[in-house]
Write a new protein. Structure first.
Ligand SMILES: Cc1ncc(C[n+]2csc(CCOP(=O)(O)OP(=O)(O)O)c2C)c(N)n1
Ligand code: SF4
Ligand code: SF4
Ligand code: SF4
Ligand SMILES: [Mg+2]
Lengths: 73, 384, 268
């Protein structure tokens, strides 16, 4: 079985409170905090679509869609 | 003549059970306490036979909470307790006021404070029923002096709980609860029943669980139904979501109080005996009204113009009705078994409070006609 | 995003602090519900009072936000009255086990089919960081300026002893585990308890110098192991995660159904 690939990545900025959890645990360092203290995807090409940022975000701000199924990891 | 199968010779607590079943109670949660336990024991037997649910909870706090939960699923609900348990229920009772949950709470009063006098009579919880939970609020509390009325008031309590979406307290006393006497079971339909008012708003259309209709009533939607809303003890908007917007807060507290206080006349239940020309008016309620009536009738036989106003609705206090009944009397005697809970209200209802006297007993011994007569002589300045 | 239909989006961003674990529990809970495809109309969520209890406001099911500690008592009324409903009760650690401790053990004893979640941040978040019955010893809190001397309950052992028939523990770091456990807990026919080790960076984290939310999560990652793992034998301080009890026993509402049949068979 091949790993699902990233279809889309969406971060709802108004919901993000900048806790840094997604940044700290992304396995491929896709995410960073921006100057306004919000998370942002700076290296999407490195994203392996593991979905962990989406599942851990306490503010439900991240949606990761993969090629195999919609939005679920 | 009622047929024999409708005549019961039962305890007051059983009369309450019969009234609750007649009204359609479907769920009971409680915790045993003298002198109310017979109510839960009878319902433990009777409810499951008709598909109703009964549960003995871990305490009275849980009991009160459980009936609120059950009421939200669309059931008519009841709990029963006595002083110490009633104290434990107060926080959740306030929740039912705030969240507008129909429910009935029986308090078969005993002597307090604390564990007090578990098996003896008192009417010491009248003010607790009114003010026991914190914060401004209105409440309905009913009482009765005999088994027929215990039955009727229990039915009324369920009706009022549904009509006003509110908890209703039934304040009975130990003597009525435990005494056995005759009671005639009314035919189905003889006493009208108020059923839950459910919303007609269809699925998919915005439903406002906390938006009163023009007549003040709020149609409900059962948990499990098509409308998903929030219920909270916080101040809340018309959808039930927390709000501290001053306008919303003010609107809600006014609504909670006004829906009851503006309907004092519709909620008032009382019995008037010989009041037309009475010069001495006794005001009493519950078991003590029996002794008061005894004295009134014997005074009448002696040609003395005595009358009795027996209150069945204690809260909201029917000031106008009391004022009307007592306004022309030379003296007003309030007979109750506490330190003057209702006496204070009677004084507030009258312009000449100096004519109002309290006749009470606080020692757990039922106040007898002799006690009242002795008090009468004292009041008349004739010594004991 | 399909979980959105389970959210009351108009209340977002939610009220919790940045990095509060309660948000991750909400995240996992709606995903667990979504994977089961349950109808929103058949779910009732009942909560008490606390930061954690605010979770009910954000989920588009029937929601009952009650009194501090009493959620399980309200929920018992809901469930016994209408057993066909799925009743989920998220609670704080103080809510569930201090003021609500009695209701907790009795709900477990009855084995009534309710899903109880203990969102354990080891602190009273809502009231400003006082210690809870799950804080444990040697912890700093607003009411323990010289550190706590109160040992903590072991929620898992307590629940098992009290009669809960599904008992599990997970963390806000191990989110896939959490979703899977929540799903199993909700499906379980009996009283289920899920203790979720969660973080309150604002009070517990700050008072105990545990760093930010991410560092606290690292603590949960490193301080816990799957149940039965060898690491636990070497280091007893590690906390086990996973499912500790899962058994079938008579469920309260089903038993009451039998009582009703027995009563009807008798005479009125
Ligand atoms: C009867 C009562 N006592 C005290 C409080 C105050 N109070 C509100 S929440 C809370 C504790 C919250 O802690 P926890 O249950 O752990 O939830 P958290 O906020 O940490 O999620 C307390 C003591 C209350 N609301 N009601
Ligand atoms: S985890 Fe969520 S809230 Fe926290 S920084 Fe990332 S996107 Fe923002
Ligand atoms: S899906 Fe995984 S790899 Fe992609 S950004 Fe999120 S955590 Fe990083
Ligand atoms: S105080 Fe603690 S528990 Fe409450 S919202 Fe903030 S982080 Fe969460
Ligand atoms: Mg807590």
């Amino acid at each position: 079985m091949t790993r699902p690939k990233l279809k889309s990545f969406h971060l709802q900025r108004e919901w993000c409170k900048g806790c840094g959890i997604c940044v700290a645990f992304c396995p491929t360092s896709v995410l960073e905090m921006d100057s306004q203290g919000k998370a942002t995807a700076v290296r999407l090409e490195a994203c392996i679509a593991c979905g962990m940022c989406m599942l851990r975000c306490p503010d439900l701000a991240i949606t990761v869609e993969t090629t195999d199924k919609e939005e679920k990891p | 003549m009622p047929s024999n199968e409708h005549v019961r010779f039962i305890q007051g607590n059983e009369a309450c059970v019969e009234g609750a079943l007649y009204a359609g109670v479907e769920f009971f949660a409680g915790y045993p306490i003298t002198p109310s336990s017979e109510i839960m024991e009878h319902l433990a037997r009777r409810l499951p036979r008709r598909g109703g649910k009964f549960i003995q909870m871990e305490d009275e706090i849980a009991s009160m909470c459980a009936i609120i939960g059950a009421s939200l699923t669309g059931r008519k609900v009841l709990t029963a307790t006595s002083g110490p348990g009633f104290s434990l229920m107060q926080e959740a009772l306030g929740y039912a006021v705030m969240a507008e949950i129909p429910c009935v709470i029986v308090n078969v009063q005993r002597g307090g404070p604390s564990t007090g006098l578990p098996t003896q009579i008192s009417q010491g919880d009248v003010n607790q029923a009114r003010w026991g939970t914190h914060g401004d609020h209105a409440i309905i509390a009913l009482t009765a002096s005999n088994h027929q009325d215990v039955f009727a008031m229990t039915v009324e309590a369920f009706n009022m709980a549904e009509t006003y979406r509110t908890p209703v307290v039934l304040l009975f006393d130990e003597v009525v609860g435990h005494m056995r006497e005759r009671m005639v079971l009314p035919e189905p339909g003889q006493i009208p029943l108020v059923e839950r008012l459910r919303t007609s708003v269809p699925e998919g259309v915005d439903y406002h669980p906390y938006l009163p209709r023009e007549d003040g009533r709020l149609p409900m939607s059962d948990f499990g139904g098509v409308h998903r809303y929030n219920v909270t003890g916080l101040y809340h908007d018309m959808w039930g979501f927390p709000s501290d917007n001053p306008k919303v807060v003010h609107g809600l507290i006014r609504h909670l109080v006004d829906k009851i206080e503006n309907n004092v006349d519709s909620i008032a239940r009382y019995k008037a005996y010989y009041l037309e020309d009475a010069r001495t008016v006794m005001v009493s309620y519950g078991a003590t009204a029996r002794s008061a009536l005894h004295v009134v009738e014997s005074q009448r036989r002696k040609g003395q113009k005595f009358g009795l106003l027996e209150l069945q609705t204690l809260w909201p206090f029917p000031y106008d009705i009391v004022g009307e009944a007592c306004g022309r009397a030379k003296q007003v005697l309030v007979v109750e078994m506490n330190m003057g809970h209702i006496c204070a209200e009677v004084k507030r209802a009258l312009t000449n409070a100096g004519n109002v006297f309290l006749i009470n007993r606080l020692d757990g011994v039922f106040i007898s006609p002799t006690d009242i007569r002795q008090a009468l002589r004292l009041i008349a300045g004739r010594g004991v | 995003m399909t979980i959105r239909k389970y959210l009351r989006e108009r209340f977002f961003p939610h009220m919790w602090c940045p990095g509060c674990g309660h948000g991750t529990v909400l995240n996992a809970l709606v995903r667990a519900i979504e994977t089961m495809g349950m109808s929103r109309n058949e779910i009732v969520m009942v909560s008490g009072i606390g930061c954690s209890s605010r979770i009910t406001g954000y989920v588009d099911v029937h929601t009952l936000h009650t009194l501090h500690g009493r959620a399980l008592a309200f929920a018992t009324g809901v469930k016994l009255s209408k057993p066909e409903l799925n009743v989920i009760v998220p609670m704080g650690d103080g809510d569930a086990l201090a003021i609500g401790g009695n209701h907790f053990i009795h709900a477990a004893r009855r084995n009534i089919a309710i899903t109880a979640l203990v969102m354990n941040n080891r602190i009273y978040g809502m009231t400003g960081g006082q210690y809870s019955p799950l804080s444990g010893c040697d912890v700093m809190a607003a009411t323990a300026p010289y550190s706590t001397i109160d040992p903590a309950f072991d929620v898992v052992a307590l629940s098992v002893a009290a009669g809960a028939t599904f008992v599990a523990r997970c963390t806000t770091y191990h989110v896939k585990e959490m979703i899977d456990i929540l799903r199993q807990a909700i499906l379980h026919e009996g009283f289920s308890v899920v203790e979720i080790l969660s973080q309150c960076p604002t009070y517990f984290g700050r008072a105990n110098k545990l760093g930010d939310a991410a560092e606290m999560l690292r603590g949960l990652k490193e301080g816990t192991v799957p149940v039965g793992s060898e690491a636990k034998q070497k280091n007893p301080a590690l906390i086990e995660r996973g499912i500790f009890a899962q058994q079938e026993k008579p469920e309260y509402c089903a038993e009451y159904e039998k009582i009703m049949q027995r009563a009807r068979a008798g005479r009125e």
